[in-house]
Ligand binder design. Structure first.
Ligand SMILES: NC(=O)c1ccc[n+]([C@@H]2O[C@H](COP(=O)([O-])OP(=O)(O)OC[C@H]3O[C@@H](n4cnc5c(N)ncnc54)[C@H](O)[C@@H]3O)[C@@H](O)[C@H]2O)c1
Length: 293
């Protein structure tokens, strides 16, 4: 143990496998007590299984750390509230929320069913909102009671959400939404002592193994030191940021920013929009290409 997170209390969602599991082990290694959440679903989000979360708890305890399992579906609003409650009841509070749970149902947009759209948007976007909402309410109550915590949220976006990815329209929309949610949550929750950032990880897991050539891809645990630092007290001045992690490289994502602009002084004539907009587009940086395009 390094002491970076000594005495801190954390929840990691979707921590039974893949990247979430690596985050839970890393936070525990740095001294955090961890609630290991996992609904135990298939890659496409089907079924439930309590054993992945229990196994990770076993690994943490065997290494001398403290952890408990939680089997909630993070997108179930009441279950997400109970998850926050479990951390508070078991360990006496909550300092760190790592939102990571999710699954994919990749399809070209024209083949995407309503059910696939709803399921993927629900698990990522509502799954981030539900835990963030209840943790935020807890931190606001603590702050108002004069016990402000030095709290951290680390959300999980994706290059698919930031740059776009062919065949992943639904997933890209959800992950772009998570980036936007991160900005608003950071601005709203600063007054309660909470920072909110997001990572865009890369790792060879069951999620990428079916879809990409993963032979040279980073490992889940390559992402977790960044999460551990963002979760630490040292990171209290960093908020509203998205950091991409690809193996040993970390990159600050610039996000949406106002670029070149023109003001007509009165409502635009449609025929004048073309030349004006083309001039601005020529001045603006070229957008990065969509993955797979
Ligand atoms: N692997 C990558 O390269 C990559 C890239 C960008 C973003 N991500 C994101 O990182 C996160 C982790 O992905 P991974 O590659 O480790 O996938 P994974 O499938 O290995 O792990 C995801 C875990 O989340 C759990 N989960 C799914 N739905 C849940 C729910 N409703 N409630 C609680 N737990 C649930 C699953 O049971 C699983 O254990 C996801 O949000 C994913 O979109 C991954």
């Amino acid at each position: 143990m390094t002491g970076l997170l000594d005495g801190r209390i954390a929840i990691v969602t979707g921590a039974g496998r893949g990247i979430g599991r690596a985050h839970a082990l890393e936070l525990a290694r740095h001294g955090a007590k961890v609630v290991v959440n996992d609904f135990g679903v298939s890659l496409a989000g089907e079924g439930t299984d309590e054993s992945p979360a229990a196994q990770v708890v076993g690994e943490i305890v065997a290494a001398g750390g403290e952890a408990v399992a939680n089997g909630a579906d993070v997108a179930d609003f009441a279950a997400a509230e109970a998850l926050i409650g479990q951390a508070v009841e078991t360990y006496g509070g909550l300092d760190i929320l790592v939102n990571n749970a999710g699954f994919v149902r990749d399809r070209m947009l024209v083949n995407t069913s309503e059910e696939e759209w709803d399921a993927v948007i629900r698990v990522h976007l509502k799954g981030h909102f539900a835990t963030l909402r209840h943790a935020g309410a807890y931190w606001r109550a603590e702050s108002k009671a004069g016990r402000q915590r030095d709290a951290r949220v680390i959300n999980t976006s994706s290059g698919a959400g930031l740059q776009g990815s062919i065949g992943q329209g639904t997933y890209s929309a959800a992950k772009a939404g998570i980036a936007g949610l991160t900005l608003v949550a950071a601005a709203e929750m600063a007054r309660y002592g909470v920072t909110v950032n997001a990572i865009a990880p890369v790792a060879k897991t069951r999620m990428t193994e079916g879809a990409f050539d993963t032979s040279a891809m980073a490992l889940p645990e390559d992402n977790s030191p960044v999460v551990a630092w963002l979760a630490s007290e040292d990171a209290r001045d960093v908020t509203g940021r998205v950091v991409e992690i690809d193996g040993s490289r970390i990159t600050v994502e610039n996000g949406w920013a106002h670029g070149p602009s023109a003001d007509a002084g009165a409502r635009w004539e449609a025929a004048e929009v073309g030349p004006a907009l083309r001039k601005l587009l020529a001045e603006a940086p070229e957008p990065e290409s969509v993955y797979g395009a």
